[in-house]
Ligand binder design. Structure first.
Ligand code: ZN
Length: 332
């Protein structure tokens, strides 16, 4: 009886939803929205179409569609702001010759998708972009002198490099827009941690380390050679993965910190292994030197000297982010 009065009290102050609940639980009693008590049989209520329940359904349907359209509006707002921010950042990076034209376009697309997925996705991408840009500017001349003849590309990143490093991340961001799941966070965080680990290792390794060794043979190789590792570079790769792991933890992403860090380091390791084995190596006949470049810095077209034709540095970087994503996903 107390419960009965309690119910009645609530119902009289609440909307049709409360009345509906009461009717469901009490069976023989129904409350209409004004609070009048009416006695009727459940059978009768079931037989007749119930205007109250129909009203409830309408309210529920409009609530659902309101929520959906709110979410859509929010996503579209994010996408618009994201597009503006990304294009401005892309143009600025293009102006200071960090990105080529195609690189700026690719970066704008990756940035727009990421921010559409949520501010934290955008913030994470931005911290990766800023850290990589700062590291690449650090001791730029010294690095170019040391490895410019070997590595395929200059400081200006093109669309291939942008997508190799940010493609899996953008894919995960897009996935989270389509269907919310913690899986996308693990994939995104792992992929980005791997790219960061690899980038930090390359930038610090070529700047600091003397003569690195090949990850496969252990013999000393020229700085900038694919698959070359050094103590400084390896330490930098761990710090890069820790950095992204830290940012994802700070953003409260549903991925274990350890999964992100191990994914990142594993991705960078896979990058070095592939770089030392299957990545395409080319030969400049004029300078008698190995290089990644199709046309050597001296202007001579180079010839295939080992590895798989077409498996360039971008392809290896893409595999690096896939490995990072998978490991982080497995450990989540
Ligand atoms: Zn040459």
């Amino acid at each position: 009886m107390l419960l009965h009065i309690f119910d009645l009290d609530i119902v009289s102050f609440r909307d049709v939803d409360g009345a509906h609940c009461f009717e469901e639980t009490e069976g023989d009693y129904g409350i209409y929205s004004a609070g009048h008590l009416v006695v009727r049989r459940r059978a009768q209520a079931n037989r007749r179409s119930n205007p109250l329940q129909a009203g409830d359904r309408e309210v529920a349907a409009s609530w659902n569609s309101n929520t959906e359209s709110l979410q859509l509006t929010e996503t579209l707002t994010h996408a618009l702001i994201g597009a503006s921010l990304s294009v401005v950042t892309g143009l600025a990076a293009h102006r200071v010759r960090m990105l080529s034209t195609s690189g700026a376009i690719a970066a704008s697309v990756v940035g727009t998708i990421s921010i559409a997925a949520g501010w934290s996705w955008g913030a994470l991408l931005l911290s990766m972009f800023i850290s990589a840009s700062l590291l690449s500017k650090l001791g730029e001349r010294r690095k170019t002198e040391r490895v410019g003849r070997i590595v395929e590309k200059g400081a200006e990143r093109d669309w291939g490099q942008v997508l190799a490093n940010g493609g899996v991340y953008a894919g995960a961001a897009f996935g989270s827009l389509m269907a919310a799941s913690p899986t996308w966070f693990a994939i995104g965080a792992g992929a980005l941690a791997a790219s960061a680990a690899d980038t930090w290792a390359t930038e610090i390794g070529t700047l600091v380390a003397g003569r690195p060794i090949s990850i496969i043979s252990g013999r000393r190789v020229e700085p900038g050679t694919s698959g070359a590792i050094s103590l400084a570079g390896t330490a930098a790769s761990v710090v890069g993965a820790l950095f992204i792991g830290g940012v994802t933890a700070f953003a409260d992403w549903p991925v274990p910190f350890v999964a992100v860090v191990i994914g990142g380091v594993a991705g960078a390791l896979a990058d070095s292994l592939l770089g030392a084995t299957v990545q395409e190596r080319r030969w400049c006949e004029l300078c008698k030197t190995l290089t990644e470049r199709p046309i050597h810095s001296c202007g001579t077209p180079t010839s295939h000297a080992g590895g798989l034709v077409g498996l360039d540095n971008d392809a290896v970087n893409a595999v690096c982010s896939v490995v990072g994503a998978l490991i982080a996903l497995l450990l989540s």
